[in-house]
Structures are given as C-alpha cells and as structure tokens.
Design a protein around this ligand. Structure first.
Ligand SMILES: Cc1cc2nc3c(=O)[nH]c(=O)nc-3n(C[C@H](O)[C@H](O)[C@H](O)COP(=O)(O)OP(=O)(O)OC[C@H]3O[C@@H](n4cnc5c(N)ncnc54)[C@H](O)[C@@H]3O)c2cc1C
Length: 386
C-alpha cells in the first residue's frame, strides 16, 4: 500500500467482535480471542458457547507438552490435540473453517494457519502463543481496507506499470513456450512475454500449464476449490431493530442454514453506505455445496429469510444484490505446502520465467499474497544472478 501511495486511502474497521450461531442462538466469541483461541480466563468462564468440561479441557493446553513432529496435520487435529473436541467443534472450528469456506478436518494447519503451528512451536501452547500475538498486535484486531473499495488497488497498480500493455477483462486462453520465452494468448491477441506471472485459481492454472509443464499441472489440479456467493442486503434503518451482533456471525454447518456467515457492514465499516440504510452481507458456499447453482432470486430469498430468523430483521430488505465468486476459495488441505513447492520446483526447472502467485499457493488474503509475490521474485532474482 505504501509503495502504491495508497496509505491515505486506508480506513480501519471499527472495534468489535463476532458471534457464532449454536442451536439457533448467537453466542459471542470470547473477547480477546486470537484466531478463535481464547486468551482471557474471564471471557472463557463467562462464555455460554463452551460447556464447563470444554473450559477445563482447554486449560490443559497450558501444560501439555508441544508436539515435536514437523509433519503437517489438519487444523482440526492440531486444535483438538491442544484444546479438546468441545472447543474445536463449538468455537475454533467454525471460525477458522469459515475463513476458507472449508472443513477444518481437511485443511492443513501449516498452510491455512501457520500462526497456530508457530504458537505451539514457539510458546509451547496455543493460548500462550495467542496471548503473545495479541500483545504484539496491541490488543483489538483491526481490518484495513481502501475507502473507495479494493478496486483502487488494481487501478493504481495498472497506472504504475511502466511500458506495459494492460488488457483488462480478457481471459487468457493459452500460454505457449517459444524459443526460451512465452506467448500468452488472450482473447484474439498473442502477447510475447519474457516473464509470465500466473495469478489464477488452481483449476485455471492447471489447464494453462498442462501443455508446458504437465507434472506441475497435475499437482495443481489436485487443489480443490469452493465457489462462494455474497448477497448484499440493505434494510430501512428506521424500521429495523438495533442489532446486538457486533461485526457479524458465523453459522456452523450443523445449524442446517444455507448461509455460512453474515457481516454487519454498517457496524464494521461505519463510514460506508448511506446513513438511513442498514447494510448486511450474507455469505454462501462451503466445502461440499455449490451456491452458484442457485438463481439470484433464490440466493437473495434464502439470505433474507435466514437473516430475518437469526437477527429478527424484516424478511423483505429494500435491496438485494448478488456477487458470485467461482472457485474463489482454494482448499489448502494436508500436504498442500509440499504440493505447491513441488509444482514450483517443476516450473523453475521446466518453465523458467513462469511464476505462480496467489491465495491458493501462499495463503488467503492480500498480505499473505503480497509476501508470496515478493518471495517468488526474490527467489527468481537470486537464481538468475551470476
Ligand atoms: C467472499 C470473500 C470474502 C473475502 N474477504 C477477504 C477479506 O476481508 N480480507 C482479505 O484479505 N481477503 C479476503 N478474501 C480472500 C481474498 O479475496 C483472496 O485471498 C484473494 O482475492 C486471492 O487473490 P488471487 O489473486 O489469488 O485470486 P483471485 O482474487 O481469485 O483472482 C484471480 C483472478 O483471475 C482471473 N482469471 C480467471 N481465469 C482467468 C483467465 N483464463 N485469464 C485471465 N484471468 C483469469 C479471475 O477473474 C480473477 O480476477 C475474501 C474472499 C472471498 C471469496
């Protein structure tokens, strides 16, 4: 953001926390939790989400010896080993699984939440590691986003590209090797390139790489993705009840709803939108179900009905808008880091000058992706140095 001159554009989310739906009722995530790991005794004791036995079991994390094996394991396995099944199923699993629209029993701890692995490794306990992270982060978790929307990131980046031909909204059909360099075919244009940065979801990357690096393509084809949809809803604020839901809530799969989570946009990002409207976002899509099969009318209808049931808002919002995100949630399953490293090593050998970047390979979210791009470029610079 600094290098793009966008720091002034950044707005922070307001302080607040989320809730988890359990048996049809909302329960706040214990205040002070980091990645769902509780850090404060009092907020655990006061939580009605966790049972007394869950609370006793999670305290064992402070005395259990850390695991020594470096082998990857699932997020569910790591959290259950440290905090017990109750806390995994009721608190940490729904929160962390929700971030990937995935199943914590399949997601790789090392790839999806390396912080948790570091907590255990460095502090000997998830709770102690989470406490240290909270102290380092200065307390409340904050999200940052450009005030004019994420699009400014792409706009500014394209403005800053020197000597570049920018073609937006054009699908790349193929990438071919030609005497040591590449030809990228996008639409009806054939673009020569020395360096190709492939920043697409694994199914697309696998298809494009199949002719030039089939072994890398077959590794990438094994990375499953989940499609998601977001329904934006607006309500007349004057006729809506005051919501006691903080930034929003997460819906575990066992609750049997179609939506997986909802954000109270008006509370989380108060500077956005009109003051007379209450804005919410409802999320669809989890491992094993495809929301893109539903029509816009169905998605809006289900979102509004379920939000009405959980939050008591009117069942007829003044506005409903659907955004579809095909293959938007790659699932980094156990063994993911090895698979990506192998694919990259094959590319470095068989297709030098072709870089693989993005959330599917380096972790969800802009910070992890930017760090991954920097690592790829510096690895390339050092391998081509004399
Ligand atoms: C609902 C939702 C909410 C999220 N919220 C947050 C958040 O609050 N904070 C956060 O940090 N992260 C968030 N994320 C995660 C974040 O969006 C992703 O980690 C990030 O967008 C991944 O970036 P990427 O470049 O790897 O892939 P993408 O953003 O998926 O970009 C891949 C691009 O490739 C394009 N493409 C596909 N095929 C072709 C082709 N043949 N030729 C050319 N282009 C092609 C696609 O159109 C797409 O634009 C959220 C994700 C979702 C789905």
């Amino acid at each position: 953001m600094q290098r793009l001159g966008l720091v002034d554009q950044l707005g922070a989310s307001s302080p607040g926390s989320a809730s988890i739906l359990r048996a049809g009722r909302l329960h706040p995530v214990p205040p002070g939790s980091v990645l769902g790991i509780p850090t404060r005794v009092r907020s655990v004791l006061e939580s009605r989400l966790l049972r007394p036995g869950d609370k006793g079991r999670l305290a064992l994390d402070l005395v259990l010896p850390p695991r020594r094996s470096p082998a990857d394991e699932s997020v569910g396995s790591l959290v259950r080993r440290r905090l017990g099944s109750g806390t995994t199923e009721r608190l940490v699993g729904p929160l962390l699984g929700g971030i990937y629209a995935g199943d914590v029993e399949r997601l790789s701890a090392g790839a999806a939440f390396p912080q948790l692995v570091d907590f255990e490794h460095d502090a000997g306990s998830l709770i102690r590691g989470a406490r240290r992270a909270r102290r380092r982060g200065g307390g409340a978790a904050q999200f940052l986003a450009p005030r004019d929307g994420m699009e400014v990131l792409v706009d500014r980046l394209t403005e800053r590209l020197d000597r570049a031909t920018v073609c937006r909204s054009l699908a790349v059909r193929s990438v071919d090797r030609m005497r040591g360099s590449y030809v990228v075919t996008a639409g009806d244009r054939a673009l020569p390139a020395q360096l190709v940065v492939l920043a697409v979801a694994p199914p697309v990357a696998a298809r494009l790489l199949e002719p030039i690096a089939p072994d890398a393509a077959s590794d990438l084809a094994r990375i499953r993705t989940v499609s998601t949809a977001v329904v934006h809803l607006a309500y007349d604020r004057a006729s809506s009840p005051t919501l006691q839901v903080g930034h929003g809530f997460v819906v575990p799969a066992r609750e049997g709803l179609s939506i997986t989570a909802a954000t109270n946009v008006s509370a989380k990002w108060p500077h956005r939108g009109r003051r007379d409207l209450l804005l919410l976002r409802a999320y669809f899509g989890r491992d094993g179900s495809d929301p893109l099969e539903l029509s816009d009318v169905d998605l809006i209808g289900r979102a509004a009905a379920e939000i009405a049931r959980v939050l008591g808002l009117p069942a007829d919002p003044v506005l409903g808008l659907v955004r579809r995100w095909p293959d938007s949630m790659p699932q980094p399953e156990v063994g993911h880091l090895e698979r990506v490293a192998r694919a990259r090593a094959i590319l470095a050998r068989d297709a030098p000058g072709l870089l693989l970047v993005g959330g599917a390979y380096d972790g969800v979210g802009i910070p992890a992706i930017a760090a991954g791009v920097a690592r790829q470029l510096s690895a390339r610079a050092s391998s081509s140095a004399p």
